[in-house]
Design a protein around this ligand. Sequence first.
Ligand code: PHE
Length: 458
Amino acid sequence: MQVSNQAAGDSGGMPHWSSRFAFIMAAVGSAVGLGNIWKFPYMAGTGGGGAFVLMYLGIVLLFGVPILIAELMLGRMAQRAPAAALAHLGRTHGGTTAWGWIGGMGVIAALLILSFYSVVAGWAVAYIPEMLSGELANANAERTAEVFGALLANPEQLLVWHSIFMVATVAIVAGGVTKGIEAFVTWMMPALFIMLLFLVGYAMVEGEFLRGVAYLFRPDFSAITVDVVIAAAGQAFFSLSIGLGTMLAYGSYLPRDVSIPKTAVTVALADTSVALLAGCAIFPIVFASGLNPGEGPGLVFVTLTVAFGSMPFGMIVGAVFFLLLAVAAITSSISLLEPIVATLKERSGLSRPLLCVLIGLVAWVMGLATVWSFNDWSDVKVLGDRTPFDTIDYVTSSIMLPLGGALMAVFTGWVLSSETLRRELGFDSEALFGFWRFLIRFVAPVGVAAVAIQKILG
Ligand code: PHE
């Protein structure tokens, strides 16, 4: 394993991953999180089902994977934290450090996302004792919606869970992302996967499985609008953790003998299958219990709890599920905090633990806007008819991440030479390399610009 000491030093001391497998699991840990299990189903539900899912899959394939490859590669080439990495590569390959601003935007996006991510992860943590209390045994959908509504209506309680989650995130990153996290990721991510398979099995037997699956996979082309495309793109970038420097930071710890294209495909496959499994578990239950697919952010909490309520040992199964979801969330939230810390550490010279605490505090305070979006501020509308939470989510996922991703694609495709790229990536075939480069040079930037122009004119 040959990650240089300089890399670790530059990026603030994050230790090397102990093996290729551990690295892949860490990247998967970043990608797989609330985005797959909480956000994907409710976005698919509010986006109309099949049309959204089709766009999502297309975007993951044509934009997501190529940009993920580029981002990991930029990190491994530069061996620096995101902003410095782009500034450095810009200077050495293209004569300007201005590219570093992409990293700056990424840091702001990461901070904004972390602020609401922690609040929502707090809901998952809150549901562990909620399940164990047995209160939801045999509950119908009306009851589970009532319980979830009561949680959202209580800002003090939301704040407690948000605080617990943020403290845990800060503690882990402050300690350096250690072997402990590796153990978490390597055991608990597969456990989550198995749990989801089990829930899909349950949905097959007890839910309206065919209706749920048809809803997800039968595309209604007439339902594809610019807004659906933007939502799907935002979801794809968010779910893959790309466009803001997370994967760039992780790439800087990636050993040279690991194939980046293979790693990227593995991460995207794992990420997408978890999202689709979550959808296949949730929608059959949505239809069987008369819920509305467009329920919004509470969807997973309201539907899966109906299932847990009716199965033997369901309260324990449910508690384990929410524990695994919280762990999946924390392996993502540390990957939001890490690039911010790494970037500021290079600039400020402050110690890693101190920076973690300071940034965690800022994100925690910003999280109040999300906490109150579901109660005291639910009437506050910012962008269009969006609550503060919806606004932060929209601006980050649907604008900043695709923009950041497209800019990194432009840099990779137009500033770095094809010899450099070929050497760094070691694609199996020249044809694949050519296709990837075409996607990065033309499809990603033009696609993002076209959608942006449509939206602005529309
Ligand atoms: N991909 C994570 C999820 O789906 C969220 C995330 C986004 C993490 C961006 C890091 C960077 O939950």
